[in-house]
Each structure stands twice: as C-alpha cells, then as structure tokens.
Design a protein around this ligand. Structure first.
Ligand SMILES: C[S@@+](CC[C@H](N)C(=O)[O-])C[C@H]1O[C@@H](n2cnc3c(N)ncnc32)[C@H](O)[C@@H]1O
Length: 228
C-alpha cells in the first residue's frame, strides 16, 4: 500500500512548531537531524539560518519550486475551509483564527521557497521516500517525522509504517513522530501495534504529551530509541 503525492497535502510548518511538536532542546538542535517528509516546511531553512544543518527528505523534492507552489495553490483553500467548517476538530494556542493560520502557513512556505534551490544544491533537500532510504546506519542522531506517519493511516498500511520506522531506526539513533492522530482526528489504529512491535524488538517506545496541539487531542509524540 503506497500513497501518491496527490493524496498528501503539501503543507509546511515552522521551526517553532517543530521545536514544540518534538520537544527539541537547544542541544538537540546542534545534533545530526533528519527531517522526514518535511515538504515545504521552513524547519530546514530556519535551522540553516541558526547555523545548524538538517537533511530533509521528501518525494516532493523531485519537483521544481513552481510545481510545488502550484500544488500548494491547488490545496490551500480546501485546507483552510476545512478548518473553518470543522472548528470543533481544531484547537490552538498558536493561531488566533483560520485567517491567521493561513497567513502563518504561507509565510512559512515562503521561507522554504527562499531556501529551496540553494538547499537542493547543498544536499539539504533530498528527493527520497520511505520506506527505504539510502543513508548509512546511524548517520543521524535524531529523525523527526511531522504530519506524515500515523496521520495518513487510512492511506498507508501497518506494514508500510513498520517498515518505514524500522528504516528510520536503522539510519538514526532516535525517531520522533507527531501527531499520533489520523486526518479525521482519531487516534491512529497503528499506534498500539507499532508500540508493541518495537518494544518486542528491544526498542524503547515512549509517548509524551507535548506543548503543541492543533488537531483536537493531537498533543502526543512517539519516541522510539535503542535500549542498548
Ligand atoms: C502534510 S505534509 C507535512 C510536511 C511537514 N513535515 C510539516 O509538518 O510541515 C506530508 C509530507 O509527506 C511527504 N511524503 C509523501 N510520501 C512520502 C514518503 N513515502 N516518504 C517521505 N515523505 C513522504 C509529502 O510529500 C508531504 O510533503
């Protein structure tokens, strides 16, 4: 079971949001970070501005700036009107209202575009896709995956999740995933089987409440690491 790019909304979050979603400490910002499915997030660009290096992977990086912009334009109104139509599904200390959310997102994605071409040349935006990556074992200290795994549980199978997380555990010492909800704001049915599977494989799996919530009830982040 795979997902086509059309099924996944190209939507980008900021460094501030990544810091909250993944509880990133100042020390962790200086570690070797892999951003998984980063899309048009400004995380990589803002980290670069602070003197840190993140490698972001996403199949969307096969596309040109213009092509990504066109995809965002195609989906932008739908996403914002969903938030307007279903206010009970969303809460946020970050955004005053859907209009503020829309402006914030566009600003975030603008920052991404300012960095995109240079970042590709520097190898910071790589067009790679889960479940298989071409990195060496333990090339990263931390892999963060925002709004891809678990969120698209209706489109992506449990096997895809298992295989992808296994691969992330191969290339990184620790993996963090946020949120644990599906697009319908329900807990992903894969959370429990993934937790059991990796605990049985001698990984530590921890679910923490984090200071970021946008989908109502979506304030939990999963950490998976080696116990030895
Ligand atoms: C909703 S966006 C989230 C973007 C960013 N992480 C954020 O939170 O702002 C999901 C991203 O997952 C990417 N994606 C789709 N299939 C993927 C795959 N097989 N491996 C890695 N990323 C994938 C999409 O292209 C899209 O950019």
């Amino acid at each position: 079971m795979s997902v086509t790019l059309d099924q996944v909304v190209p939507w980008g979050r900021s460094l501030k949001e990544y810091r909250h979603m993944f509880m990133l400490s100042n020390d962790e910002l200086t570690s070797r970070i892999l951003g998984v499915g980063d899309g048009p997030a400004s995380f990589n660009s803002e980290m670069k501005g602070l003197g840190h290096t993140v490698i972001s992977i996403d199949p969307i990086y096969l596309l040109s700036e213009k092509q990504i912009e066109q995809r965002i334009e195609k989906t932008y109104d739908t996403v914002i009107s969903q938030v307007k139509q279903e206010p009970d599904n969303f809460v946020s200390d970050f955004f005053e209202n859907p209009t503020h959310l829309g402006c914030y997102r566009l600003d975030t994605m603008r920052r991404f575009f300012q960095d995109y071409e240079m970042g590709k040349v520097q190898g910071r935006y790589l067009p790679l896709s889960l479940p298989k990556l071409s990195f060496a074992d333990k090339q990263f200290d931390l892999a963060v995956c925002s709004h891809f795994l678990f969120l698209y549980s209706d489109q992506l199978s449990l096997d895809f999740h298992r295989e992808s997380i296994q691969e992330l555990c191969r290339v990184s010492r620790e993996v963090r995933i946020f949120p644990l909800l599906t697009l319908n704001c329900r807990k992903s049915p894969y959370v429990s089987p993934i937790q059991s599977y990796f605990e049985n494989m001698s990984f530590s799996v921890d679910i923490s409440v984090v200071p970021y919530e946008f989908q109502k009830g979506g304030n939990e982040m999963m950490r998976i690491g080696r116990t030895t």
